[in-house]
Design a binder for this molecule. Structure first.
Ligand SMILES: Nc1nc2c(c(=O)[nH]1)N[C@H]1C(S)=C(S)[C@@H](COP(=O)(O)OP(=O)(O)OC[C@H]3O[C@@H](n4cnc5c(=O)[nH]c(N)nc54)[C@H](O)[C@@H]3O)O[C@H]1N2
Ligand SMILES: Nc1nc2c(c(=O)[nH]1)N[C@H]1C(S)=C(S)[C@@H](COP(=O)(O)OP(=O)(O)OC[C@H]3O[C@@H](n4cnc5c(=O)[nH]c(N)nc54)[C@H](O)[C@@H]3O)O[C@H]1N2
Ligand code: SF4
Ligand SMILES: [Mo]
Length: 751
């Protein structure tokens, strides 16, 4: 058997044999043989030439895997490896989501027509003409009465670069507001702020290949095997070849099994242990003197600032014994090439930017920047959060390419190109939008591909705001929890139904190619925006996303040479790519940092702690995050049968000692209460977590964990919420009839 069917059979064999490879292992577990066979069969029965094939980029996470997708025009039948040179990050690997996560495209409840509210407040189907008129009226009347600043846009890091460029342009040019932001605010915005301040670019300095040639990789706050499976596979390969792997995390996540050193840390004190490592390195002359001398400023202030992190204090605060600080410091100092990788465990804090700057200091004092096998690597989250959520500038403070809106010259450039006036005042960050709406400073929102009713911190509050807004438009694939509050819902289409580019975690811009026609009357986000802009008095006339990219090229120096033709023919281009002749940039800071003097500006970082620490009433630290089989609020993965068989419902990880104290066993229902709300979830007793912490995933609406998190204490530089630390209490659920459970609340909130 050859062709696609043969490939699927081989994948199945491999899946069953190779349990070590997470992606294949999981495929074997999550998808029944029957299902795999069915796919192979359905393709086998068709002639290959009857199928559409497109080489495209995964629409789940920011690893940026590439593969060929096969469709018969109705549904996605298979994903299989593309030419290796066209898949710089993943080669032939993908994880279970990229390989099999496509049932959502065709699911029965996919939005295929616009919806508007009728007189009774119920949704009814509408024509595009009626729906767009309602939007123009709704947004337009707020704009007229209260000014554009009373409106905001939440852009979508699921959508393409070209679409996100237009979301920023739409906010500023058409609505007249700088309040445009996206999920980066809930995620890595503290990374962007911290790295921009120290090195100049808020992005990974490495190429993914560096993970495989480093002598040492330090990972913290990253559940790499579950959230970035293909990167985990590459790191594990390097460890097998002899590299050191240091893992610092409050939970003994799966990647810790491969580590040369796993250290459990108390959540919320990362700057403390990172500074302690720097202190040991500096005080014992283990730092790279030449690099510090020639390429950095601020070293003396850092040397002084880290002195307060004495062994006793660090152990008391973080739980990390001094020997483990010393061994990590010496492993890093001994390595010729070290990569520092992190994700949300470092960033989703009320002091995430400081954590990131502490890490940036450590990388710089050890000279681990700009050379092969060295650098910083914040693994980005959504498929296109680096590009769409950052580079394209749907941001309150930046135009595309991180050009500051307060800079008069830059603002003048955009005012001329977009033929409009733009205020120099920064708009609201996403998290601030929900606070501003409390005071009626915001009255209408246009939310594109973001399920804010579940993903914002403190969603009891977010729900109230969504309910009270004068006008809400939601543009999505589904009537998600956010859309339930909308006045108008516009049906968008997913990445398999459109063409454009995504930028992955190592700054590689890659093509996304349509393999299926848009479902029903759904439309690509860029076409919807164009139709709206034109109804609101503008003349947009883009024929394709390639044309939109040309406009990006002309206004965004970082993307100056990133044209569709080149991305297509060169199989991906890494920014900065200044012009048509520039080859793109594999590794940042080889010669200079992106600062006025070309040096890294080290920043002294002092003591910090979470905004909310455990006390008698709320004695446990709750941390939240992901599991491999699920994606965020579940709009895509909850519609995949195989995946739902594997992790169908929510749970709380509780340490065996803690569980014993409360008489809780695995499977028992547990009531979890914070100062903001409460939920009831099933217990999973495990020593993955320490006795003072508990963990709940973010994927389930019926027990939305963000009922417990805090919307008020934000990182001062980046406005990131503290998703990774909340004080909670737990109790076996007695089914107290007085208490409102999350399920009740959700049921009540739906109508
Ligand atoms: N399967 C799957 N993959 C995904 C996603 C998904 O929903 N599902 N989402 C994507 C997105 S948008 C993102 S942003 C990434 C996120 O990728 P990750 O950040 O790896 O995902 P989280 O599960 O949030 O894990 C955070 C890690 O931080 C640890 N942690 C918690 N508190 C602390 C702390 O105070 N300090 C330290 N050092 N560590 C801490 C947790 O134990 C966990 O290991 O994943 C992407 N990939
Ligand atoms: N407690 C806690 N909360 C968290 C986190 C945490 O770790 N802990 N993590 C935070 C992080 S890092 C993130 S990134 C957020 C994620 O939060 P969200 O971004 O809100 O989560 P998603 O479920 O990915 O929502 C994406 C929406 O886009 C839709 N969609 C998909 N493709 C397209 C498209 O092409 N066009 C349009 N218009 N719509 C599309 C989907 O149907 C879905 O409704 O959650 C944040 N919230
Ligand atoms: S690792 Fe990320 S990009 Fe790759 S297939 Fe999985 S979800 Fe898609
Ligand atoms: Mo994210």
């Amino acid at each position: 058997m050859d062709g696609v069917a043969g490939y699927m059979q081989a994948a199945k064999r491999q899946a069953l044999q190779n349990v070590e490879h997470v992606a294949e292992g999981v495929a074997a577990e999550t998808l029944s043989e029957g299902k795999l066979f069915e796919i192979a069969q359905s393709i086998g029965d068709k002639r290959l030439e009857e199928l559409n094939v497109a080489d495209t980029t995964c629409g789940y996470c920011a690893v940026g895997c590439r593969f060929d997708l096969y469709s018969d025009g109705e549904e996605i039948l298979a994903a299989r490896p593309t030419e290796a040179e066209d898949a710089p990050v993943n080669g032939i690997s993908t994880c279970v989501k990229g390989k099999f996560g496509y049932d959502f495209v065709n699911s029965d409840d996919r939005l295929t027509t616009p919806l508007v509210r009728d007189e009774r407040g119920e949704f009814r189907e509408a024509t595009w003409d009626e729906a767009l008129s309602r939007v123009v009226e709704g947004l337009g009347s707020i704009q007229e009465e209260h000014g554009g600043e009373a409106l905001s846009v939440i852009a979508s890091s699921k959508a393409t670069n070209e679409e996100n460029y237009l979301m920023g342009k739409f906010a500023r040019q058409v609505l007249g507001t700088n309040s445009v932001d996206n999920c980066n605010r809930l995620c890595h915005s503290s990374t962007v702020a911290g790295l921009a301040k120290t090195y100049g670019y808020g992005a990974a300095s490495i190429s993914t290949d560096d993970l495989e040639i480093a002598d040492c990789v330090l990972l913290t706050g990253s559940n790499t095997t579950e959230a970035h499976p293909v990167l985990a596979t590459r790191i594990k390969q390097n460890v097998r070849d002899g590299a050191d792997l240091l893992v610092f995390d409050p939970r003994e996540v799966q990647i810790a099994e491969y580590a040369t050193q796993y250290t459990r840390v108390n959540p919320g004190y990362d700057a403390v242990w990172i500074n302690a490592i720097t202190r040991h390195i500096v005080n014992n002359d283990l730092y790279d003197e030449a690099f510090v001398e020639e390429r950095t400023t601020g070293f003396e202030a850092v040397r002084e600032a880290v002195q307060e992190f004495t062994p006793e204090r660090v152990e008391e605060v973080t739980g990390v014994p001094h020997e483990e600080i010393v061994s990590a410091a010496e492993t890093i100092a001994d390595a010729d090439r070290c990569v520092f990788g992190w994700t949300l465990g470092l960033t989703e804090h009320s002091h995430g930017t400081e954590n990131v700057m502490a890490m940036a200091n450590l990388a710089a004092v050890t000279g681990n920047l700009g050379k092969p096998g060295t650098g910083v690597s914040p693994f980005r989250g959504q498929n296109n959060v680096q590009g769409g959520g950052g580079d394209m500038g749907p941001l309150p403070d930046n135009f595309p390419g991180y050009q500051d809106i307060a800079d008069d010259e830059i603002r003048a450039k955009f005012e001329e190109a977009w033929e409009c006036e733009i205020s120099p005042e920064y708009g609201y960050y996403t998290t601030q939008m929900f606070l501003a709406a409390d005071d009626d400073d915001l009255r209408g929102m246009y939310i594109i591909g973001e399920n804010a009713a579940l993903s914002e911190p403190g969603v009891n509050h977010a729900e109230d705001i969504l309910e009270e807004l004068e006008f809400l438009v939601v543009q999505d694939l589904f009537v998600n929890e956010t859309a339930q509050y909308a006045d108008v819902v516009l049906p968008a289409c997913s990445f398999v139904e459109k063409t454009g580019t995504f930028t992955n975690t190592d700054r590689t811009v890659q093509m996304v190619n349509e393999v299926m026609e848009p479902k029903g009357d759904s439309q690509p986000d860029w076409e919807i925006l164009q139709a709206l802009a034109n109804r609101m008095g503008r003349e947009w006339s883009y024929d394709s996303t390639a044309e939109i990219m040309e406009e990006v090229n002309s206004l965004t120096p970082l993307y100056g040479g990133v044209t569709h033709d080149r991305v297509e023919s060169e199989g991906g281009l890494q920014w900065p790519c200044w012009d048509e002749d520039h080859p793109g940039t594999e590794r940042l800071y080889a010669d200079a940092f992106n600062t006025d003097d070309g040096k890294a500006h080290l920043q002294a970082v002092g003591y910090s702690e979470p905004a909310e620490t455990p006390d008698e009433e709320y004695p446990f630290t709750l941390t939240t995050g992901r599991v491999l089989y699920q994606y965020h609020t579940g709009t895509m993965t909850h519609r995949e049968e195989g995946i739902m068989q594997y992790t169908p419902s929510d749970f709380i990880e509780i340490n065996p000692d803690t569980a014993a104290n409360y008489g809780i066993e695995s499977g028992d229902m547990v009531r979890v209460t914070s100062r903001r709300g409460e939920i009831v979830v099933s217990a999973q007793v495990t020593d993955r977590v320490g006795p003072e912490s508990v963990f709940i995933p973010i994927h389930f609406a019926e027990s939305a964990v963000n009922r417990l998190t805090d919307e008020e204490h934000l990182d001062p530089a980046a406005a990131t919420p503290e998703f990774k630390v909340s004080a909670v209490r737990i109790a076996p659920d007695e089914g107290d009839p007085e208490a409102v459970t999350a399920a009740d609340a959700a049921a009540g909130g739906d109508d």
